[in-house]
Ligand binder design. Structure first.
Ligand code: KIV
Ligand code: ZN
Length: 499
């Protein structure tokens, strides 16, 4: 049996998804869960891209012990050094360098000839190899590259010490047979290919990322790049849950392969990533969508009762799907809460549990049943609160069918309390306008979504907003049993992320 290495890039390519932005602490939280899930490599970020990215990769490096921690770099000295510095504290580190090899990129992006690119690949791999023994090299846009040139670049990178050669379908242009023949051609035409592991990195622009990744495995790739929930640039990347479960469920076709993923952690990981990024999982999403294991038609329901395998190709429990349980209530104590938070995958010290316990008691006064999702929202709120530039202290709304909606907000900014009042087309509009009077930022609200976090009339509402400010789109989230308070929190969350 051969292992398929799972290289998770949720924190790098996933975070490049438009609107997704994670704080370093949120990235660390996801990294812990990826480690629980059993991923082999965590690509934690692109350290040169921003001080935040650098900090996130450093934080993940310091705390993750089982998975290899990887940082991305272009074939530039400054990038490679930033990656090296951010990975210094990692127990096992990898530098992932990339350089485009397609004619389109050479002509329009670099304005460089093939010889220059080949030399750059050579020198950058050599430099990176001086800093780190584990180097992965990606010829970006490989699937649209001229094959002979691609072979030469790969050969050079391996010669200079790259241990893994990743083949990116950067723009999601390829299809399964083509990927299969490309990997076969690489194996047959790169003389030193046996010294490296071949990886595959697929984007989903044509909805083929999972199929292409599996095709690569059948052809000889032994590492798959993927993200939780398939988030990533544009249409996203190959989704971890899909490739892993396809390998597992279709053992007949992939009999030779296994992954080290603990599949029962899939659902929890998906949920965490969705909550922290604000990217809602579509109900029909394979494996982790709300409807993935629901059976609506009577014929199906009847058959399922007779024999599950009639309409279910996998057991929901194998991916950790269980209904949001009633876990705690008003009378639950701190130990019960701490235990439940631990089961949910949170690593929190005594002090943090104490703060969350206080919030938990406040919430239990407002709603009778506290579900897992409520707890996740509480932890999220606690995390967000620490970093707030603008903090909501109070909100009052007047609304109804025969009045002009009005909002009064009290916000703490730099230690001082500011109050503003505004009217608007609706109570949410009035709230945002009142906030704008204090922040003077005036972003444009692009979208607004409200969802109940759990069931019941007293469920907390989770509001997700997308704003645009100074040319950047930012997502914010907020939750409360009061949907207008949740709206104000979400709007402020986006502003806090922006500033
Ligand atoms: O899609 C891509 O080509 C990438 C590279 C950096 C590997 O993400
Ligand atoms: Zn990519």
């Amino acid at each position: 049996m051969e292992q398929i290495i799972i290289f998770d890039t949720t924190l790098r390519d996933g975070e490049q998804a438009p609107g997704a932005s994670l704080t370093s602490e949120q990235k660390l939280e996801i990294a812990y869960q990826l480690e629980n899930l059993g991923v082999d490599v965590i690509e934690a970020g692109f350290p040169i891209a921003s001080p935040d990215d650098f900090r996130a990769v450093s934080l993940v490096s310091e705390n993750i012990r089982k998975s290899i921690v990887c940082g991305l770099a272009r074939c530039l000295k400054s990038d490679i050094e930033a990656a090296y510095n951010s990975l210094k504290k990692a127990k096992q580190s990898r530098i992932h360098i990339f350089l485009a090899t397609s004619k389109i990129h050479l002509k329009y992006k670099f304005k460089k000839a093939q010889d220059e690119i080949l030399e750059l690949a050579r020198s950058a791999t050599k430099l990176a190899r001086n800093y780190c023994s584990d180097i992965e090299f990606s010829p970006e846009d490989a699937t649209r590259s001229e094959r002979d040139f691609l072979f030469k670049v790969i050969e050079a990178a391996i010669k200079e010490g790259a241990r893994t050669i990743n083949i990116p379908d950067t723009v999601g242009y390829s299809y399964p047979q083509e990927v299969y023949s490309l990997i076969s051609d690489i194996i047959n035409n790169v003389p030193n290919i046996n010294k490296a592991i071949i990886a595959i990195h697929c984007h989903d622009d044509l909805g083929l990322a999972t199929a292409n990744s599996l095709s690569a495995v059948l052809s000889g790739a032994r590492q798959i790049h993927c993200t939780i929930n398939g988030i990533g640039e544009r249409a996203g990347n190959a989704s971890l849950e899909e490739v892993v479960m396809a390998l597992k469920v279709r053992k007949d076709a992939f009999s030779n392969f296994f992954t080290k993923i603990n599949t029962q952690e899939i659902y929890r990981t998906s949920h965490l990533v969705s909550t922290l990024t604000g990217f809602v999982v579509p109900p029909n999403k394979a494996i982790v969508g709300e409807n993935a294991f629901r059976h609506e038609s009577g014929i199906h329901q009847d058959a399922i009762i007779k024999k599950r395998i009639t309409y279910e190709i996998m057991n929901p429990r194998d991916v950790g799907v269980s209904k949001s349980q009633l876990v705690l209530g008003k009378h639950s104590g701190r130990h019960a809460l701490a235990r439940r938070l631990k089961t949910l995958g949170f690593k929190l010290d005594e002090k943090k549990v104490k703060v969350i316990f206080k919030r938990f008691k406040d919430l239990a006064d407002k709603k009778k049943d506290i579900f897992d999702d409520d707890l996740i929202a509480l932890v999220e709120q606690e995390r967000g609160d620490k970093k707030k530039v603008y903090e909501l202290m109070a909100i009052k709304n007047i609304t109804g069918t025969d009045v002009i909606p009005q909002a009064t907000v009290k916000i703490k900014y730099k230690g001082k309390i500011f109050t503003a009042k505004s009217s608007g087309d609706g109570p949410v509009d009035a709230t945002c306008k009142a906030i704008d009077k204090i922040t003077h930022l005036k972003p444009k609200l692009l979208s607004y979504k409200l969802e109940a976090i759990t069931r019941g009339k007293d469920a907390q509402g989770m509001v997700r907003v997308e704003i645009t400010l100074k040319g950047k789109n930012i997502i914010g989230r907020g939750s409360s049993t009061d949907i207008l308070e949740a709206s104000a929190k979400a709007y402020l969350d986006a502003l806090n992320r922006a500033v």
